[in-house]
Structures are given as structure tokens and as C-alpha cells.
Unconditional design. Structure first.
Length: 297
């Protein structure tokens, strides 16, 4: 016990936080998902077992909502990780006096409140003569209604790319300069240096950013809510987390269904765990955590 006392003491705060803010909420969500608790039955909920999950399977619109979620997460993730990596590489190749202001400028969408950020997008995407895009293209229409998915992915991507940009920039700057000097001596071009030196050393950051952004996108819906509210039309841009929110907290009919919303949240937790395990397998996590056989000081 003396040997493990210090490590356990340092792990205690994180363990308490994980228990309070992750494990207990997950267990509570699963328990709620097995009841019929709603506005009507709030005082006397009944245990229904897996009935809420059966209702989800029988819902004719769940396939569309699941497909919307896959489209939203997939395309936005490609934009977030890919653009974040490109921005990090570009801003690292130029002198710091240019790269630092560029990164600071790209962070502006992240620090702007979402409501203000969406107001800007609504102004840009309006009909002529008020919308900038309509003026530039010569086509007067509301682009949010005409191209909702493109606007959603772009609006989310511009915010999400800044996170990857910062992580990748820090990782690139931590690469020993000797490796770049050696590549230059060998006659490597910029692209060969990026491909053979930089990218292999960014496997850890790429894994982290990809996993984090995926889990974040699975549970985020604020920009979709503010831009389209799941429309235009019937479930056009409604994703899983947005539908769960409306069922549990914002039902138009007044009877919010906490149990059914909790069932959707529990499914989302399972999806997140499965996706995380796939990422660990894809990036060969065991190799990443293996102790190096040779270390040079």
C-alpha cells in the first residue's frame, strides 16, 4: 500500500470527478430510459424496461435521423480535422510574426457566442441585396434554406478547425528541429518532409483530435438548432442529439418525454464508446503506448 499510496492519492481527484460527472449521470440516464417518466407521469412514473428502446426502433423517422447524424458527424469531422491540420501546417511554415496573428484571427469564431455567430451567418446567407453570398454569386436566395447541410457543416467546421489547429501546431513545434535539418540535408521537399517526418509524429494528436471531435459532434446540436431548428421541412437536418433534446426538454406538444429522451441519450453513449474503440484500433493504440526500445538523450 505504501508503494501505491502516492499514485492513488494523485488519481483520487480525477476519479471523484469522473464518478460524479460521468459514471453517475450515465447510470441515472440508463435508469430513466427504462421508465415512462414524462410531464404527465412525473409524480408517478412506471418501470417499462426496454419499451422506450422498442419505440425508437419502431419510429419510422429514426432511420432518417440516424443518417442525418452520420452525415453531420462525418462531413464536419473531415472539415474539422483536415482543415485544422492544414491551418497548423501553413501557419507553422511561415515566420511566427505572421503565424501567430493568423491563428488568433481564426480563433475569433470560437470565442464569439453561438447566437451572435449564427446571426452573422444568417446575415451572410440572406437574399440579395442583404446577403453577401447572394450578391457575390448573383443568385438571390436564402442559402440556409436552399443548402442547409452545406451551411451547417461550414459553420461548424470554421469553429471546430481552430481546436485542431492549436493542438497540431503545438505538436509540430515540439518536433525536434534536428529532424527537419536532417530532412533538408537529404534533399527532401516540403511535401516529403510533411509526409515522412511531420505526419508520422502527429499520430497521437490526430487520434486525440479525431476522437474528441467525433464525441463532441455526436452530442452537439446548438448550431443546427439556431440555424435551421432541424428543418427546413420535416427532419431535414435533425440529428440524434437534437431530437433527444426536443423529446426530453422542448416538446412542442407540451408533454416532454424524459424517459424516451434518456433512451436516445443512452444509445448515443453506446455509439460514442464503440466509435472510440474503433479509433483506438484504427490508430493502433497499443503501438502508440509501447515503451520505445531505444531512447536517445
Amino acid at each position: 500500500m505504501r508503494r501505491y499510496a502516492s499514485p492513488l492519492l494523485f488519481l483520487l481527484p480525477a476519479t471523484v470527478l469522473i464518478t460524479l460527472f460521468f459514471l453517475i449521470p450515465v447510470v441515472a440516464t440508463i435508469l430513466l430510459s427504462m421508465t415512462d417518466i414524462s410531464t404527465i407521469t412525473f409524480r408517478d412514473p412506471s418501470w417499462v424496461g426496454l419499451q422506450n428502446y422498442r419505440d425508437l426502433l419502431q419510429d419510422p423517422f429514426m432511420d432518417k435521423i440516424l443518417l442525418n447524424t452520420a452525415r453531420y458527424v462525418g462531413f464536419t469531422l473531415l472539415f474539422n480535422v483536415g482543415m485544422g491540420l492544414v491551418l497548423a501546417l501553413l501557419s507553422s511554415l511561415v515566420p511566427e510574426r505572421y503565424g501567430d496573428p493568423f491563428r488568433a484571427l481564426w480563433l475569433l469564431p470560437r470565442i464569439i457566442p453561438p447566437v451572435v455567430y449564427v446571426f452573422v451567418w444568417q446575415g451572410l446567407m440572406r437574399e440579395a441585396p442583404y446577403g453577401l453570398l447572394s450578391d457575390l454569386t448573383g443568385v438571390s436566395r436564402n442559402w440556409i434554406s436552399a443548402e442547409p447541410w452545406n451551411v451547417i457543416v461550414l459553420a461548424n467546421g470554421l469553429v471546430g478547425a481552430s481546436f485542431g489547429m492549436l493542438i497540431f501546431t503545438s505538436a509540430i513545434r515540439s518536433i525536434p528541429t534536428d529532424l527537419f535539418y536532417a530532412a533538408a540535408v537529404d534533399g527532401a521537399t516540403t511535401w516529403q518532409t510533411v509526409r515522412r517526418v511531420v505526419l508520422p509524429l502527429l499520430r497521437w494528436p490526430i487520434l486525440f483530435v479525431t476522437a474528441y471531435q467525433t464525441l463532441s459532434l455526436l452530442t452537439s446540436f446548438e448550431y443546427i438548432l439556431l440555424l435551421t431548428d432541424g428543418g427546413p421541412g420535416f427532419y431535414t437536418t435533425t440529428v440524434w442529439s437534437l431530437h433527444a433534446y426536443k423529446l426530453a426538454l422542448s416538446n412542442y406538444f407540451g408533454n416532454v418525454e424524459f424517459g424516451l429522451g434518456a433512451a436516445m441519450a443512452a444509445v448515443l453513449v453506446v455509439i460514442g464508446v464503440v466509435v472510440s474503440l474503433l479509433y483506438l484500433r484504427l490508430f493502433n493504440f497499443r503501438t502508440l503506448v509501447t515503451e520505445p526500445k531505444v531512447e536517445v538523450n
